[in-house]
Design a protein around this ligand. Structure first.
Ligand code: ZN
Length: 184
């Protein structure tokens, strides 16, 4: 069974899964909860409206839920690789930029949410770097999405560069959304 560190991580994992037939995101998602011994298990029933395919994913969840915000604690993910987190961060950033360009004042909270998600996804990448090293070991990047992200720019998997990019995003949030609240 998959093991998620938070509901947010399970949701992010779901967002990058596609129907094997259509290669499209699952557009029908139903959520249920069960328990396994004393651990909660989040059950997602997925369906694809294009071809009718169905699937089910189960995530073993921590006994104590994380407070909302970060995708996990200090330990790296067991279900996503560092390249997938990088790619997810870029997608959220692009969505935030699109929302800014629409220049709709009602979008401010949406932009803040997307930027926070971009930051939280990026903050997962350095958790994969061994303490004695300065970058993500490429062999930890095993998914197709992750490999593509790595090949576009391996330098973005260096610890200093990741920290710089996170700071850049935090500055951006502070500049454009000073009242959005802190990113924990
Ligand atoms: Zn399908």
């Amino acid at each position: 069974m998959l093991e998620a560190r938070s509901i947010a991580e399970a949701h992010l994992y779901l967002e990058i899964q596609v129907c094997q037939t259509c290669n499209l995101r699952w557009d029908g998602v139903r959520h249920a909860l069960r328990t396994l011994e004393d651990r909660p298990v989040a059950v997602y029933s997925l369906s694809c409206s294009s071809c009718g395919a169905r699937d089910q994913l189960e995530f073993l969840m921590p006994r104590e839920p994380l407070p909302p915000g970060p995708l996990g604690g200090n330990e790296p993910s067991k279900i996503m690789d560092p390249g997938e987190f990088h790619a997810a961060s870029d997608v959220y950033f692009a969505l935030a930029r699109d929302a800014v360009e629409q220049a709709n004042p009602g979008n401010r909270e949406k932009v803040a949410t997307l930027l926070r998600r971009s930051i939280y996804a990026l903050a997962e990448v350095p958790k994969f770097i061994p303490p004695s090293e300065d970058r993500v070991p490429p062999e930890l990047i095993v998914s197709e999405i992750g490999r593509a992200s790595y090949q576009r720019n391996p330098d973005r998997f260096v610890r200093d560069r990741i920290e710089y990019e996170i700071q850049d995003l935090l500055n951006l949030m502070q500049r454009y959304l000073p009242d959005a609240g802190p990113v924990n």
